[in-house]
Design a protein around this ligand. Structure first.
Ligand code: TRP
Length: 450
């Protein structure tokens, strides 16, 4: 036991945990998935529900996960085994591990595209092209199924490489420097986007809510996007919480991460929608909304070549810090619960993801055999994990914390055993115990009924 403790890796500094958790949260979910969901769910009305989800559910659920992780000093399955021995609670952890595989599988598809787009940027292959051509080339790229699988494989390999080297040397070092740079680039792109002719319409789409558009589907999509974007509901932050020092302030960590993630998502919206409306890309264009609008935007910028290149490099790195967290959950489980060597656990998790992930990539070809009911397996994996498994995981986590773990231990953990103040602890605990479970359940059921 003592020996096992010594071997556990940990985050070196406060900035370490914030950087790592923000690195997990900020990724394709903000820059690619968020605009897609806003576009498919009617714009501003979705955004409002999303913000409510992030503030009222995101912070409490995130704090719950961090508390469970740090208290148990264990991976997402082991945490429940330790804190709730001889109960069924570890199922929540197993569900998270399963969900992690599923998310990593389709997430690595889009992550792979960032590498293709880096190559396209280096070869300056967007320059002077019109929207129709850029759209055609995006579809043509999807149709090269195996090329997608290749990039996906390379991306999974990169993720494995970082995780292989352990928590401190891997995750922390990369996240700290590069995420602020992404913020700067997005601000520059945002300024160009909102000064394009016709950008106003895009701003109205994003910020002028039409409340009649709030349906069950919008609610459940916003809930799913909130959990997805903050990396909640599958044990990433339980696992990361277990690496956090006892002296760190968990509440302020949760606030910082939620704010950083939300700012990046909003900026992405500000970059995409004004430009999309200006160029005539439909808000419902799905993946094309981002991957076709951006090259068009770079074409309209002085120094567009460099913006394009730097942007896709940063996007790849943002995706990488997210896939690292997904893989970390799997590896922590396999190595601590099934006692595989960390290195072997990494290999097994990456190989499994690659196998499952290839279906996600190949399902986006026009003539794919991997579609169910006309929908690519990719969409199905995304829907099941983001909109179902994550919220269910989230609701179980807050119920566990609010009703099983209890107030006393929660207060002890957020105040670091009474050594620091946590002025919001009572409000947050109230939300965890009563509001969050009810809210998630209502949204969830309204979405299922539709
Ligand atoms: N949050 C990340 C993003 O927005 C993706 C991600 C990483 C994630 N780890 C997760 C999503 C765990 C859900 C659960 O890109």
């Amino acid at each position: 036991m003592a020996e096992e403790k010594k071997k556990r890796d940990g985050f070196g500094s406060k900035l370490g945990i914030i950087a790592a958790a923000a690195g997990s949260a900020i990724g394709l979910g903000n820059i690619y998935r968020f605009p897609c969901e806003v576009g498919n769910n009617g714009g501003a009305a979705f955004l409002l529900v999303y913000l409510a989800v992030v503030i009222f559910l995101g912070i409490p659920v995130m704090l719950s996960e961090l508390v469970i992780g740090r208290r148990s000093q264990s991976n997402s399955v082991g945490a429940f085994k330790k804190l709730a021995p001889k109960t069924a609670w570890p199922i929540v952890g197993y569900m998270g591990v399963l969900c992690g595989f599923l998310i990593f599988a389709f997430y690595s598809t889009v992550s792979g595209w960032t590498l293709e787009y880096i190559v396209k940027s280096v070869t300056n292959s967007f320059q002077g092209k019109d929207l129709a051509t850029i759209e055609k080339e995006f579809t043509a790229f999807h149709d090269m199924g195996w090329r997608n699988v290749m990039w996906q494989g390379i991306f999974i390999f990169l993720t494995g490489f970082v995780v292989f080297k352990g928590v401190k040397n891997g995750i922390e070092k990369y996240a700290k420097i590069l995420m602020p740079l992404l913020l700067v680039i997005l601000i520059a792109l945002g300024i160009r986007s909102i000064t394009l002719p016709g950008a106003k319409e895009g701003l109205a789409f994003l910020f002028k809510p039409d409340f009649s558009k709030i349906t069950g589907k919008v609610l459940i999509s916003a809930l799913g996007q909130g959990f997805f974007s903050l990396s909640l509901g599958m044990g990433v932050l339980i696992t990361y919480g277990s690496y956090v020092k006892k002296s760190d302030n968990l509440t302020s960590t949760a606030f910082s991460v939620v704010i950083a993630d939300t700012v990046i998502a909003l900026l992405a919206g500000l970059v995409i929608f004004p430009a999309a409306f200006s160029f005539g890309v439909k808000p419902e264009a799905g993946m094309g909304l981002v991957f076709n609008t951006l090259p068009m935007l770079f074409n309209q910028m002085a120094g567009g070549f460099w913006f394009c290149l730097i942007f896709f490099v940063l996007l790849a790195i943002a995706a990488l810090t997210s896939t690292i967290s997904l893989l970390e959950v799997l590896v922590a489980y396999l190595s601590e619960e099934l006692h595989l060597k960390r290195q072997w656990a990494t290999v097994v998790a990456c190989a499994g993801t690659m196998l499952l992930g290839a279906f996600a990539s190949l399902s986006l070809m026009s003539d794919t055999p991997f579609a169910i009911g006309g929908r690519p397996v990719f969409d199905l994996m995304d829907f099941i994990s983001s909109n179902i498994l994550l919220p269910v995981g989230g609701v179980l986590i807050v119920i566990f914390l609010g009703w099983y773990f209890g107030k006393q231990k929660f207060f002890a953990e957020v105040t670091n055993e009474g050594t620091i103040k946590a002025p919001l602890k009572k409000v947050i605990f109230f939300i965890i115990r009563y509001l969050a479970p009810v809210a998630i359940a209502i949204v969830f059921i309204s979405g299922l009924i539709k």
